[in-house]
Design a protein around this ligand. Structure first.
Ligand code: DAH
Length: 346
């Protein structure tokens, strides 16, 4: 009986003190399994007088079921604790600042392109697109530059085959637009056509074999050179400042007649002469002219009824002037430090 009391006390103390589920499992095996102190005590029953045995057996069984329920109770406590511990360790402190996602910047060339688009959309133009792998037909022939014309030398390019090439200028989009609008009887036309163009050119600080142009095209009845001048003056003032003026210089393009080279008064010195305008006070920004009758006729537009103007502007050149960038290659080398300077969000 003494041994029984000792066993009970010892067992309950161990179960009570147990802090670990694995240890508890060992205790379970020890006290409720086939070999252990409880079984040992049970064996002692043989030594007792017969009449005492049932009471003794009953007591052992009571202790055993007490152990079982105590172990079960302990198990629940420990499991609860373990879950609590896990919750604590996985707790997220939502009061901490999150990681700031890195937001990219709009490429300076896209900024300029979008700015030009905005100016013309505001004037009622639409924006048109065309393929970069272009047909000789639209890039040259329809721009009044036949196969053997020496003007092709200035715009040598990458040929895909005898009929297809990487377009050399956005004038190819212009010739497509002329044909499309003639077919659909969608005249007058007022479009701008931005896009990448390609030429066989050595890359240096001011030249690249790939660059971006934006073509402008207006066709209607009684469109004049003065309309072109007013439009380009508006563009120059929007892009370079309200006090800018422009001037036309006679030039030659196969697809326009007459043709002009357009200069804008220098936005750095205001026209006095500085290093940016090479002392002249003027900066050349684009080529333009009145669309050649041949170009209209080839597209199926009656050149006696309709006339119009066109211009082609180099986006890189405008961006370099606007932002004071010295080397055109900065646009293409993806240097984050350079690109970040155009971050509008900081
Ligand atoms: N296509 C010419 C070039 O790439 C630029 C140009 C000049 C476009 C006059 C025009 C224009 O539409 O009228 O050099």
């Amino acid at each position: 009986m003494k041994r029984l009391a000792q066993l009970k006390e010892e067992g309950l103390a161990k179960i009570e003190a147990c802090r670990d589920l694995n240890v508890l499992q060992t205790l379970r095996v020890l006290y409720l399994g086939k070999k252990g102190p409880v079984q040992e005590v049970m064996k002692m029953m043989k030594e007792l007088p017969k009449e005492d045995r049932p009471a003794f057996g009953q007591q052992v069984n009571e202790i055993k079921s007490l152990f079982a329920s105590m172990i079960e109770e302990r198990k629940q406590v420990l499991e609860e604790e373990a879950i609590q511990k896990q919750i604590e360790s996985e707790k997220i402190d939502i009061t901490l600042d999150g990681l700031k996602p890195v937001i990219g910047t709009i490429h300076p060339l896209m900024l300029v392109q979008q700015e030009i688009e905005d100016v013309f959309i505001g004037l009622g133009y639409t924006v048109a697109d065309g393929p970069e792998v272009e047909m000789d037909l639209y890039n040259f022939e329809r721009a009044n530059i036949p196969k053997d014309h020496p003007a092709r030398d200035m715009q040598d390019t990458f040929y895909i085959n005898a009929e297809e090439l990487l377009r050399t200028h956005t004038t190819a989009i212009q010739t497509r637009q002329l044909e499309k609008c003639a077919k659909e009887h969608a005249l007058p036309i007022k479009v701008i056509c931005p896009g990448k163009v390609y030429r066989r050119d050595d890359d240096d600080a001011t030249h690249s074999h790939q660059f971006i142009q934006c073509e402008g095209l207006v066709i209607g009845k009684d469109i004049r050179l003065s309309d072109l001048k007013g439009t380009l003056l508006f563009l120059a003032q929007k892009m370079f400042g309200e006090s800018r003026t422009i001037r036309f210089r006679p030039s030659y393009f196969q697809f326009t007649e007459p043709s002009v080279e357009v200069d804008v008064s220098c936005h750095v010195c205001g026209g006095k002469g500085c290093s940016v305008c090479k002392g002249t006070g003027w900066i050349e920004i684009l080529g333009a002219g009145m669309v050649h009758p041949n170009v209209l006729e080839m597209a199926g537009i009656d050149s006696k009824e309709y006339s119009g103007f066109a211009f082609g502007i180099g986006i890189e050149r405008v961006a370099m002037l606007k932002y004071g960038i010295q080397d055109i290659r900065n646009f293409y080398t993806n240097d984050i430090r350079f690109l970040k300077t155009f971050n509008r969000f900081e």
